[in-house]
Design a protein around this ligand. Structure first.
Ligand code: GUN
Ligand code: ZN
Length: 428
């Protein structure tokens, strides 16, 4: 199989975070070509310089298309693929009405494999090359997902979702079985090929203190694993957490008390944070994951990007499929922009793309491997057509510069804008 390629186009790399640069555009470097060999990026620069590096490489000319690092979706539930866009409920009713009945089916390895493959097809068609997913309480749901990703050579993170209360019969484990099953899955999968395991308590309402403590102990035994969960998504959820854990200082404390706060912790939503929670999250360097289509779809609230970035939080971006209403990180960037507008802070295109690539890679502690186009990084790429529909093309046609040409695709683009996807140095 050919393993050396040079892609021509507008190759977008970040030198620094656009949130830290004097102007977001200063964070970006545009090159004419990117060279790929053996699944890795070997360089960026002029076509001639790349051809000098790789004289036998196949050259693929993408004209004026934009070549980015593949999108990194830092919080999804692949088992919710078939119930995305379910009408009319807020978080707790939505879980009970739609999510739990569907998740019940994932003890069947055949069904779990079908949905895992369907999910990975849909997300890749939208330019997503890495996801961090919740599975269900069933070991089979994790095996199915990792097997499907492994066959595609895809980098993924996932874990068995643990719940031992406030979930229906058939969807509950115990403190001990959650520990044992998660440990067995870590031993089988963590660090195999491009797969990492995330210890996954669903959220504190569905875990007893015993289960949270067992998973905290497991994390201490496997500190190189991520730990993912949900935090402060909806106001009535927060009230419920306070009633279930009356001694806790706040929602985050229900994790912190049991060893579930750390630098490799990934906390989905994080909308209604109290001051103590924000300080603790920042001090630990834990990751917050903004899920804007979910937050509007389920009616959760407006993530405070400006303030959280300014105080130095680590922030990623995610669809939260299927609480989120899309598989597309383009649609997700549009929703992040809209929430920014409602908060009085319009995010720049360079900031939105950074969140969907490097921001999420940093949230998953994978920024040395994915999320940017730079020598030594894994060759996961997406090629964006900036004129994929008549409506987008006519607006991009008026653009005075690259950013104005890109922005209509971020706001209005969908899978038609994804001209090509590369995973592990191979074109899909
Ligand atoms: N909180 C606990 N579980 C879930 C879930 O599956 N989706 C969302 N959006 N929030 C949750
Ligand atoms: Zn979620």
């Amino acid at each position: 199989m050919q393993s050396e390629f040079i892609l021509r186009g507008h190759v977008l790399s970040y030198c620094t975070s656009p949130f830290a640069a004097p102007s977001p555009e200063d964070a970006v470097q545009i090159s004419a070509a990117v060279a790929i060999a053996e699944g890795k990026i070997t360089g960026t620069g002029s076509l001639e310089a790349m051809q000098e590096k790789l004289p036998r490489a196949e050259v693929i000319d993408h004209g004026s298309k934009l070549i980015l690092a593949g999108f990194v979706d830092a919080h999804v539930h692949y088992p919710q693929t078939a119930i995305i866009a379910s009408w009319g409920k807020r978080l707790i009713d939505w879980l009970n009405s739609y999510t739990f009945p569907e998740e019940m089916r994932f003890g069947d390895l055949g069904y779990a494999s079908e949905i895992a493959n369907r999910y990975l097809d849909l997300s890749a068609a939208n330019g997503t090359t890495t996801v961090c997913s919740f599975a269900t309480i069933h070991r089979e749901s994790v095996d199915a997902f990792f097997t499907a990703a492994q066959e595609r050579g895809q980098r993924v993170v996932a874990g068995k979702t643990c719940m031992d209360r406030n979930a229906p019969e058939g969807l509950r484990d115990t403190a001990q079985s959650a520990y044992d099953d998660s440990k067995a899955l870590i031993e089988r999968w963590h660090g195999v090929d491009r797969i990492d395991y995330a210890i996954t308590p669903r959220f504190s309402p569905t875990s007893t203190p015993d289960q949270l403590a067992a998973l905290g102990a497991l994390w201490a035994e496997h500190p190189d694993c991520l730990m993912q969960t949900h935090l402060s998504e909806q106001l009535d959820e927060i009230e419920w957490v306070k009633s279930l854990f009356p001694q806790a200082r706040d929602y985050l404390d229900t994790y912190e008390e049991f060893g579930l706060l750390g630098a490799r912790g990934v906390y989905g939503h994080a909308i209604h944070l109290e001051e103590r929670e924000r300080h603790r999250l920042r001090d630990y360097g834990a990751a917050l994951v903004h899920c804007p289509t979910s937050n509007t779809f389920i009616g959760s609230g407006l993530f405070d990007m400006d303030r959280l970035m300014a105080e130095g939080q680590r922030i990623g971006l995610a669809t939260d499929t299927g609480g989120g209403s899309s598989f597309s990180m383009l649609r997700t960037m549009a929703a992040a922009y809209e929430i920014g507008q409602l908060r009085g802070r319009p995010l720049h295109a360079a900031e939105l793309i950074w969140l969907a690539t490097q921001g999420s890679a940093k949230a998953l502690r994978l920024e040395d491997k994915i999320g940017n186009i730079a020598p030594g990084m894994e060759a996961d790429l997406v090629v964006l057509d900036l004129a994929s529909t008549p409506a987008i093309a006519q607006r991009a046609d008026r653009a005075q510069d690259l950013w104005e040409a890109v922005f209509p695709t971020l706001m209005m683009g969908d899978d038609r804008a994804i001209a090509e996807v590369w995973i592990n140095g191979q074109r899909l």
